[in-house]
Write a protein that binds this ligand. Structure first.
Ligand SMILES: C[S@@+](CC[C@H](N)C(=O)[O-])C[C@H]1O[C@@H](n2cnc3c(N)ncnc32)[C@H](O)[C@@H]1O
Length: 261
């Protein structure tokens, strides 16, 4: 059983003096390890992944088997499901721990996914029908320019009818914009996951601390994400959120499409 609740007095995480500038630029190279895997599998249950994949097929208008790139695929929960549905999938991620798990799960599911361990700025330029990026996996680089590099590379990776669909935290939601936000999940074995964050609206900067605590091993990591809006305007034809709040503009034929926040 999973219980999620809001801030309480005994929460000891403190980000009052944390500034985004103090967070190491390469924070994202360390955080996605075995502990992340353990906790994320218990938070993103298969039923949620199935709903997200159905959404991807819908907004990506995948009526036939398509060539798909999953950017920042993690442990492959979407890539494997898309492959099961007959699509030809490339899964790209930086984390060897998560890719090993992805590979092993794909083998068990008897599907083929082309896993690649590389940086998302080197998006394979292979004429994809669809590029997806799920669960707020963009905007980790320190500057807007770095993050724009990814968007530009995605643009070049799509065929002329191709689409880019991504899902990230919705900065329009009041709970995202509140001064400080605590997300807390406690599992039945006592393991606690906490995420204490702040949002700087002016710079669309979301940052804070993740913490996993199972008693003997307590780990805390900083994170800093630029919620990507910059550079998207030029490629945006469709605009949507996986969370269900969707708005769409008409698809312009021949133009790469972007669905995102
Ligand atoms: C929040 S996780 C989401 C994973 C997956 N999309 C999902 O929904 O489960 C973000 C993923 O992006 C990957 N990532 C972060 N920075 C990356 C980079 N520069 N290049 C490639 N992958 C990166 C991480 O290793 C991690 O697996």
């Amino acid at each position: 059983m999973i219980r999620t609740r809001r801030k309480s007095a005994e929460d000891s995480l403190d980000i009052s003096s944390l500034t985004p500038e103090a967070i190491p630029d390469d924070w994202y190279t360390r955080i996605f390890d075995g502990r992340y895997l353990e906790v994320d599998q218990r938070r993103n249950l298969p039923s949620k992944t199935l709903a997200e994949v159905a959404w991807l097929e819908d907004v990506g208008e995948l009526s036939r088997p398509s060539r798909i790139l999953d950017l920042g695929c993690g442990y492959g929960r979407h890539a494997i499901e898309l492959a099961k549905r007959g699509h030809e999938v490339v899964g790209l991620d930086l984390s060897s721990v998560l890719l090993n798990k992805a590979e092993s799960d794909a083998r068990k599911a008897r599907v083929r996914v082309d896993w690649r361990q590389q940086d998302m700025r080197d998006v394979p330029q292979e004429g994809f029908d669809l590029v997806v990026s799920m669960h707020t996996s963009l905007g980790y680089f320190p500057t807007n320019e770095n993050n724009r590099e990814v968007i530009n590379a995605v643009r070049g990776a799509l065929n002329s009818e191709g689409r880019f669909v991504f899902d990230q935290i919705d900065p329009r939601k009041p709970e995202v914009q509140q001064r400080q936000r605590l997300e807390r999940t406690e599992f039945s074995d006592g393991t606690r996951f906490r995420k204490l964050s702040k949002f700087r609206v002016r710079e669309m900067l979301w940052y804070g601390l993740y913490s996993y605590d199972d008693g003997p091993r307590a780990m805390t990591w900083p994170f800093r994400i630029r919620i990507q809006t910059d550079g998207l305007g030029r490629v945006t034809g469709v605009y949507a959120f996986a969370s269900g709040q969707e708005s769409r503009t008409p698809h312009v034929r021949g133009e790469p499409q972007c669905i995102g926040a």
